[in-house]
Design a protein around this ligand. Structure first.
Ligand SMILES: [Zn+2]
Ligand SMILES: [Zn+2]
Length: 438
């Protein structure tokens, strides 16, 4: 995170200025950033004498992308990722801000732990990192953490992600408590007795591969529980990484009744099915698991119509050796910060499921709205956090070039369309790929 705003004005010139937060879409316009704030976004403007000018012809200039769900592994597993490498990976993916989940070692469940993340992020001087505090002490699911103290130190939400909140009573109390601080409670929806021991989606493929499956209902039972508890408490529940068509129906049901439920979906659940597990591919092992084509279709429709508010990566770096284990024993998760934009353009925008304006909304505006974060808009006076991306650029995923320490991706060798070209935080360029040929 850049604390000190860039002193020189920055003019992002001649790009497609796309900001759904204010219905802005100018084919060849300018964005002018001064003193760490947006000074102007829209039609062409004059160039201030001392401005740095970036030619954005043919590129999209949008509010900076925000990832509300990633795992940066520090403290505890700095060999796998650090806040600094994670923040640089975020910048390379076009994210100007990310929310770091608290399932570190030790767990981010108190004021000092939250403060540590804030300081490490400042030192990294790349994308902004917002800490998410744990719901319960040690993520043990027993005693609520001190939400107020964590919010005071910089936490923007609470979650026990990595683990579900098993006790409905604890979830109810968390929603009531979080409401007083105006923060969402983000839950990893997984009914543990039903998911127990499962390594992939339960269905024809798991049966053929002889792997224990996780049924859709493991997610859906807890999703509807949380929606009902949000109705009871008036609290804001945010459902992490939704993976099933049934969950989409439940969220739609809740939203239609005015319940404060928001949800996210990951690029992998929007693009891959359980078939990716064939051959016991551990880079297709994640939790929740990849589901069926019908689920992917329902999730795509839900992100299109806004039932699912946000695209989030669930970036989860693991050590190479750990992913090399037998499928059933391998850890869950893939890295996602550097491939998210390309996956969404390739699988959703290019085939006509989403417009670029919808992509920018789901990856920039909605995350800011849902988590109450600064940014997500290019309105005058907003933080000068901007993503410049090339919507046409084709590139082949080579994990060896990732800024993340993680290499675990099912997209290795795939050709994607769409790539961040420049990432601007507080008016300063934190990632610049303009020199690399397409
Ligand atoms: Zn999770
Ligand atoms: Zn996660």
């Amino acid at each position: 995170m850049s604390d000190a705003p860039e002193a020189r004005p920055l003019l992002l010139a001649g790009g497609r200025v796309l900001d759904p937060s204010q219905g802005l879409d100018v084919a060849a316009g300018d964005v002018l950033l001064v003193g760490g704030r947006v000074e102007h976004a829209g039609e062409r403007v004059g160039r201030p004498d001392d401005a740095t000018v970036v030619d954005c012809a043919g590129l999209v200039v949008s509010p900076g992308f925000i990832d509300v769900h990633c795992h940066l592994r520090e403290p505890g597993r700095e060999d796998v990722e650090t806040i600094a490498t994670g923040a640089r990976a975020a910048a390379a993916g076009g994210f100007t801000a990310v929310c770091a989940m608290p399932n570190t070692d030790p767990v981010t469940d108190n004021q000092a732990a939250v403060g540590f993340i804030v300081r490490q992020a400042q030192r990294a001087a790349a994308s902004r990192v917002y800490p998410v505090g744990a719901i319960t002490l040690g993520q043990r699911g027993e005693t609520l953490a001190e939400f107020g103290e964590m919010v005071g130190a910089g936490a923007v939400a609470v979650s026990d992600d990595g683990k579900p909140v098993v006790s409905a009573h604890i979830m109810r109390t968390a929603l009531e408590y979080a409401r007083t601080f105006g923060i969402p409670v983000a839950n990893h929806c997984e009914e543990p007795t039903l998911a127990h021991g499962g390594a992939m989606n339960e269905g024809a493929v798991s049966m053929r591969l002889g792997l224990k499956g996780i049924p859709s209902e493991a997610e859906e039972i807890m999703a509807i529980r949380d929606i009902l508890l949000a109705r009871r408490t008036g609290g804001h529940v945010h459902l992490c990484h939704m993976s099933t068509a049934g969950s989409v129906d439940l969220i739609r049901w809740g939203k239609a009744r005015g319940i404060r439920v928001t949800a996210e979906v990951c690029p992998h659940h929007l693009s891959l099915t359980e078939d990716a597990v064939e051959g016991y591919q551990t880079n297709a092992k994640m939790n929740p698991p990849l589901r069926t084509a019908a689920d992917v279709e329902a999730l795509q429709a839900a992100v299109r119509d806004g039932t699912i508010d946000v695209v989030a990566t669930d970036h989860a770096p693991h050590h190479y050796d750990e992913k090399e284990r037998e499928f059933a024993d391998a850890p869950n998760g893939i890295v996602g910060l550097e491939t998210a934009l390309g996956v969404i353009v390739t699988w959703l925008v290019a085939p006509g499921v989403l417009s670029y304006a919808q992509l920018v909304d789901r990856m920039a505006c909605a995350p800011a709205r849902v988590f109450g974060l600064p940014g997500g808009t290019l309105r005058r006076g907003a933080p000068a956090d901007v993503t410049v991306f090339d919507p046409e650029r084709r590139w082949t995923v080579d994990p060896a070039t990732f800024r993340s320490k993680g290499r675990n991706t099912p997209y290795a060798g795939r050709t994607l369309q769409g790539r961040a070209v420049a990432t601007v935080v507080a008016g300063g360029i934190v990632y610049d790929d303009r020199s690399t040929p397409a």
